[in-house]
Design a protein around this ligand. Sequence first.
Ligand SMILES: [Zn+2]
Length: 193
Amino acid sequence: MVLGEVRKSGEFVTPGEKLGVIEEFIPDFGTYVNDGSVHSKVVGSLLLDLTNRKVSVYPLTRRVNVPRVGSLVIGTVVGVQDSLALIRIIKIGTRFLSGFFTGLLHISEVSFRYTETMFDVCRLGDIVRAKVISNKNRTYHLSTKGLNFGVIYAFCSQCGGYLTLGRQRRLKCSSCGHVEKRKVASDYGKFIL
Ligand SMILES: [Zn+2]
């Protein structure tokens, strides 16, 4: 494979993407080598220097906002199973996204305490604050361990009404009065999206 035939300068690349093999190109800025192939380290624009046979990637940090390990993210719960929740990431730090990234919250990463079931943690439509702890295989693994993390807005699973935080950190539906459990963040209901 000749790299120049399949890849073009200016092409948009994401972290981990294979750019070519070391026999063809010398890895330069914004790249790394794994098992003889060159990969992009960053989100950016590909630059192929065909004269010097160098491959580099120039980061587009101002234009593209991608979750990283350590990022604080805010997302909507789009799926809940007994030991897993799927969260569509809508915001990284203070910046909104297009809703393209999905994170996984496993029950073991919910709290420092034991969690019996994910249904006591979050429900469909809830808004959650979490931290990205890994992005292996391009899957964002999230954690809500700690006081600042967890559900910041929750909605009644019976009627969809907003749940207000009452005494003993119990959540009660403002419409139908149903009482529910969540793993709430310390600023539940106060955070402005
Ligand atoms: Zn309700």
